[in-house]
Write a protein that binds this ligand. Structure first.
Ligand code: FAD
Length: 452
């Protein structure tokens, strides 16, 4: 293909559609090939979670495309975790200091449609019902399956936004093998629904992400703008009770909810139907040693670095990829340089959030109602107030800031050690040696502005 300012994106999901807009706005001619039908015509086909948590990194990327306001109009604010222990009172644990530090629950389908509309308005050509089948990288020809046969399309370069099961990644691997590793989590998930009340209201506090932590398993619920909640039950696939291997029938699910999540039972009237109908989703982390193939192809989003969903950052990270790739394409006239620079910037950060996402599962299902954790959280906020430039809580760095994930991970490790050391054997904040905690902070954490 002669036109050097042309790019072909595989996948019109969240990352593909946003990247298409960003590139078209910067003067690229962009084609997007999507395996599914047009969700604006045929309805959204779903497949993964029904709703998602949008945080600062994703919001910033949407802002670059001029879409932040439009998306927030459809979102429900979540101030914190609403923790429902099996025994004892439920409580809201704020994520940040105030309502300037919140996350947003958005519908995947609505968001995808907003992004596709924006891409089309920016001049992107969208091709639906055309899954990528194979690629001849030498001849720069991509073959798509169409309802009538095959469509062979010349390309300048391909961008793989085709998700965790990426066909483009498989085609790149066939040409120049990756060191590719998929680590499956031994836990899966199933979605259920809390409908609105008879008068059309939310049944529980809407401005929160609800968690029912139960040790090795949990339920969470995120609000939807039509006043429902999507509940997700996460538990082991096999082995110990409860697991998806042992709970296979609606009756078994009913018993599990009666004994372990009794307060949710009146909220989920269609538990039996939801449980029988909805599939068990599997979760994995994907590791690659390289994301691009010369100047011919590059991977972004889940196609490059699928992760488990427990930090609510997969899409946010994919959106950060979009901004980064668009910036590198602006800066480097040669595609191979842009792809290389993009990979060098993003790979360590994707690896960091993949690790933090795995760690956060343990925190959500096992720690959020634990006294030691709550004391550490109290100290975290105190140290943040005393050293605002140095001690920034882990969740804040990941969720409300855009400092590189790798920096957030390194600082979180140091901070966790300080929190554990300072609270060891203590029950209350006023029992702590605050001077010693201050000294650890000053000795071990540089001010963030020094890193700029
Ligand atoms: P996808 O969204 O998977 O899009 C890929 C697109 O490519 C799809 O449209 C697909 O149809 C298309 N495609 C696939 N194969 C082909 C082909 N051969 N040819 C053409 N098109 C193709 N992230 C968050 O930030 N916050 C959350 O709260 C959150 N919650 C989650 C909860 C669950 C249960 C799960 C599973 C994930 C969650 N995530 C969350 C992660 C998030 O869903 C993903 O990181 C995000 O969808 C990645 O976007 P993507 O565009 O890279 O991939």
């Amino acid at each position: 293909m002669a036109d050097a300012k042309q790019l072909t994106i595989i996948g019109g999901g969240l990352a593909g559609a946003l990247l298409a807009s960003l590139l078209a706005q910067r003067g690229w001619q962009v084609d997007v090939f999507e395996q599914r039908g047009d969700p604006r015509v045929e309805g959204y086909a779903g497949g993964r979670s029904i709703n998602l948590a949008l945080a600062e990194r994703g919001l910033y990327a949407l802002k670059q495309a001029g879409l932040d306001h439009r998306v927030l109009e459809q979102a429900v604010m979540m101030r914190g975790r609403f923790v429902h222990p099996l025994a004892g009172a439920s409580q809201l644990q704020r994520y940040g200091r105030d309502d300037s530090e919140v996350i947003w629950s958005i519908s995947r389908g609505e968001l995808n449609i907003t992004l596709l509309n924006a891409a089309e308005r920016a001049g992107v050509r969208l091709h639906f019902n055309q899954p990528l089948k194979s690629v001849d990288f030498e001849a720069r020809l991509a073959t798509f399956e169409t309802p009538d046969g095959e469509n062979v399309v010349p390309f300048n370069a391909l961008i793989g936004a085709d998700g965790a099961g990426s066909t483009l990644r498989a085609q790149m691997h066939a040409t120049l093998p990756f060191d590719e590793r998929t680590e499956w989590l031994d836990h899966g998930y199933k979605e259920l629904e809390i409908p609105p009340t008879a008068s059309g209201d939310f049944r529980i506090e809407p401005n929160a992400l609800h968690i029912w932590p139960r040790g090795h398993y949990m339920c969470i619920a995120l609000p939807n703008d039509e006043r429902t909640f999507t509940v997700t039950l996460f538990m082991p696939l096999k082995g110990v009770y409860p697991s998806f291997e042992l709970i296979t029938t609606p009756d078994a699910a009913q018993t599990l909810f009666e004994t372990q999540f009794p307060d949710t039972l009146p909220l989920i009237p269609d538990l039996a139907e939801d449980f029988a109908r909805n599939p068990v989703g599997k979760l994995a982390t994907l590791y690659l040693d390289r994301w691009h193939l010369a100047d011919k192809a590059v991977l972004i989003g889940d196609a490059a670095h699928a992760m488990v969903p427990f930090h609510g950052q997969g899409m946010n990270c994919a959106f950060e990829d979009c901004v980064s790739l668009a910036n590198h394409l602006d800066r480097s006239p040669a595609l191979s340089d842009a792809f290389q620079a993009f990979s060098e910037e993003r790979m360590p950060n994707a690896a960091a959030i993949q690790q933090m996402a795995l760690e956060n599962y343990v925190e959500m299902r096992d720690k959020v109602d634990d006294a030691a954790f709550l004391l550490q959280r109290e100290l975290e906020l105190t140290l943040q107030a005393r050293h605002p430039e140095r001690f920034i809580p882990h969740y804040t760095m990941v969720t409300f800031m855009r400092i590189p994930y790798a920096v957030a991970l390194a600082r979180s490790d140091i901070q966790r050690d300080i929190l554990v050391a300072a609270t060891h054997g203590k029950q209350r904040l006023d029992e702590l040696d605050m001077a010693q905690a201050d000294a650890m902070v000053l000795a071990q954490l540089q001010p963030l502005s020094d890193l700029a």
